[in-house]
Each structure stands twice: as C-alpha cells, then as structure tokens.
Design a protein around this ligand. Structure first.
Ligand SMILES: Nc1ncnc2c1ncn2[C@@H]1O[C@H](COP(=O)(O)OP(=O)(O)O)[C@@H](O)[C@H]1O
Ligand SMILES: [Mg+2]
Length: 394
C-alpha cells in the first residue's frame, strides 16, 4: 500500500514525510542542531521567537520528540492558574494534596517551619525532579496568549526552575515590546535565543519535491519553483496547496503535477481560509458618515474608491510580503483606466494611515497587514494568498 496524500502533506500537523530542515541564520548549521545545543546548555531558558506558522512548534516536536515533549499553551495560564499545577497536570502528577501533612513535609525536607511555603516548595521540587528523571522538556507554546500579569509571574517561576536545570522552551511571536522573557533583567545571561525566520523559496520547494516523490508523482523543478513563489514564505501554505493538487489530480487519475493545474489548485485551496470579513473591512475603510468618496474606474471596468484600490494593489503580481510606498502607488496607478485622473500621493498615504488605525482596533485576524515607516508589511501569508486567489479579480 502506498502512502496517502493526506499523510504526506499535513498543513495542520507534524509532517513526518515532508519535514524539511533549514539552515539557521546562514550559519551552516541547521535549526535542529541549534535547538539541540540550546537544550543542552544547562541552566538556560530557550526563547524561540518567530512569525506565526513558520514552524516553531514543529521544530520543537522534531528535536525533542513526542516521547519527551510536554506542550502547554500560554492560553492554559489565565486567571489565577498556578503555574506548577498546570505543569504537573500535563504529565499526570498530582500537584496539590500529595503531601499527607504539612508537618511531615517540613520534617522531611527542611528545618524551616513555615509550613505553607514548605508545601509549595516540596511539590514544585517534585515536579521538576520528575521532568528531569524522565527527560521531559517543557515547551510553553504561544506564550503571548497568557495575560501580561501571568507572563511576568511565569518568568519569575522559570528563573528559579532553570537554575534547577528544568529544560524549558518558551515559544512566542516577535516584536512584542512587552516581552516578559527577553526583556527581563532577571533572565539576562540565562537565555538561549533562537529566531525563526520566514521561509526561503528553495526550502519551500523542497517540501513539494519531497512529498510528491513519496507519492510517486512527478513534478518538475520549474513547477515546484512556481509553487514556492505563491506560498509567500509559508510552509503551511505549501502543504495546503500540495494537498489540494493531489486531490484534484486523483480525481482525474493523473500523476503529473503540470503547470495547468496550479491556478485551479490555488483557488481550491482558498476555500480553507476565511478572510471575507477582513477584506471587506479593508476595502470599505472608515465610516464616511454619508459623505461620498471619489471613485476611480479600473481597467476592468469596476468603480473603486481608494480603499478598494489599495486592497487590489496588494493582490497584484508579483506577490510580495513587503511593499514600499512607491511600489503601492505604482500598482494603484496601473489598476486605473488611462484617462482617469489618478489620486495624489498624499491622499494615498492618508488612506493607508486610516486603514492602519481601523485594523489596529480590531481582533487579531484583522492585523493581516501593517503600514509602518513608509511600508506595508503583509503579516499573514494566508491573507495575501486569499487576496490573490480567493476572490474575483481586477
Ligand atoms: N520543517 C518543516 N517542514 C515542512 N513543513 C513544515 C515545517 N515546519 C512547519 N511546517 C508546516 O507548517 C505548519 C505550521 O507549523 P507550526 O510549527 O505549527 O507553526 P508555528 O508553531 O510557528 O505557528 C505545519 O503544520 C506544517 O504543515
Ligand atoms: Mg505553534
């Protein structure tokens, strides 16, 4: 029995058959080796930071292994949660109520008689001991999901725990100025820092080549390169698109990934994503309170205001995750019908400012783009992919 496509291409889980190893910051060593090194540096906490869906969790699972990894989420630590209660529960240890009497505990472990404190210390020690004896590594994933207050409390607990050589990896998103780990003076000198970067096309290509080979399907380098461009730095998107291709080809009883199937596969892939509301909010812009906006006729005969044009400009070829202002402005003027008067630059800038303000106020999913220092950064590759393939086009 051959492998099934869904076991080879896994957009939402550990990709056993399509795992690709990358180079760490052009050092010539792999991310895997870097993480191994960090984990073997006793008394240090590993801080793993990188954009969403760039393979942080998968890297931990690969290096630590499913036998030894203990994954908790920042979201598990909200409200009045006791840090050690969560850490203990994850490995099935009873944290509270383990000690029969507080007196007993105090006698066994210490001469101090502050029994309340004693009980706490004892339990925490046992948890750490269990982790060490069983080669467990605690991975606190999506640390940023924990409340600010909780993050500070956790950092405090971790400082003590790593000194006792508990192995801990804290995984988080970049650019959090409020970073309770990396900005924490108490932890300085006790951190192994690992930054996960966006994926390069050559590594993304490898996912496709590897997977289709496993499935005994053929794909040329050129087609794989095209896919890599369209994935916009996202290994997850590559996994999604390849799976879509398999499903489409199976339906036709074909085994060659030809260039002709790609567009259909892209569109087919976008049905997984729901950015309908995000696009709407962006294209509508702020409430005009009844005032009418300037409309521009596009080459394809649509009437769009400047917000609509800005959104369309992102979707144009080539797909880019970072667009400077001139680039955006050129894209906009190219969308507009020749004889129509083009908007002036200041006006486009004002509209981008407004857009930034609207998105900042909304939920996380709306923060798909950021307009900062004269550039638009597309923060979410899946969003740009949706813009390009998920709608009818200009
Ligand atoms: N090294 C890799 N090789 C192949 N695919 C990967 C790799 N890392 C991540 N992926 C793909 O990307 C998806 C998201 O990765 P994940 O580790 O969950 O991202 P993060 O934790 O950074 O948000 C995975 O489910 C997998 O499909
Ligand atoms: Mg993750």
């Amino acid at each position: 029995m051959g492998l099934k496509a869904e076991n080879v291409f896994k957009p939402g889980a550990y990709p056993k058959y399509t795992y690709v190893s990358r180079n760490y910051e052009d050092t010539g060593i792999s991310y895997e080796l870097r993480l191994k090194q960090a984990l073997r540096t006793a008394g240090c906490l590993t801080s793993l930071i990188g954009p969403s869906k760039m393979g942080k969790t998968i890297l931990c699972e690969k290096v630590i292994g499913f036998e030894n990894i203990v994954e908790v989420s920042g979201a598990d630590f909200n409200g009045e949660m006791d840090f050690w209660a969560v850490v203990a529960a994850k490995v099935g240890l009873p944290y509270a109520g383990e000690i029969t009497t507080e007196r007993e505990a105090a006698e066994e472990y210490s001469t101090e008689r502050d029994s309340r404190n004693e009980k706490f210390v004892l339990s925490k020690d046992k948890v750490i001991q269990y982790y060490k004896e069983n080669d467990k590594v605690l991975v606190i994933d999506d640390f940023h999901y924990a409340s600010q207050e909780m993050q500070m409390k956790m950092a405090q607990q971790l400082k003590d725990a790593i000194r006792r050589e508990l192995k801990v990896v804290v995984v988080s998103l970049p650019h959090r100025s409020d970073d309770a780990i990396r900005q924490n003076a108490d932890l300085s000198g006790r951190l192994s820092l690992i930054n996960i970067e966006a994926w390069k096309e050559e590594d993304l290509k490898e996912i496709a080549l590897k997977g289709f080979k496993q499935l005994n399907m053929t794909i040329t380098e050129t087609v794989a390169e095209k896919l890599a461009v369209e994935c916009l730095t996202s290994p997850q998107l590559m996994q999604y698109i390849c799976l879509s291709i398999c499903i489409l080809l199976e339906d036709k009883n074909e085994e060659t990934v030809c260039a002709e199937i790609l567009e259909t596969a892209y569109k087919f892939t976008t049905v997984n994503f729901n950015y309908y509301d995000v696009v709407n909010v962006m294209a509508k812009g702020p409430n005009t309170r009844g005032k009418r906006r300037n409309l521009y006729r596009t080459k394809s005969g649509k009437e769009l205001d400047l917000y609509g044009l800005i959104v369309e400009s992102f979707a144009k070829n080539p797909p880019e995750m970072e667009l400077d202002f001139e680039n955006i402005y050129n894209r906009i003027t190219q969308l507009i019908e020749e004889e129509v008067k083009v908007p002036d630059k200041q006006s486009v800038k004002n509209h981008l400012n407004n857009l930034q303000l609207i998105l900042k106020e909304k939920e996380e999913i709306y923060r798909a783009i950021e307009w900062k220092d004269g550039k638009v950064y597309i923060l979410d590759p899946l969003f740009l992919f949706y813009l390009r393939w998920g709608r009818t086009h200009e």
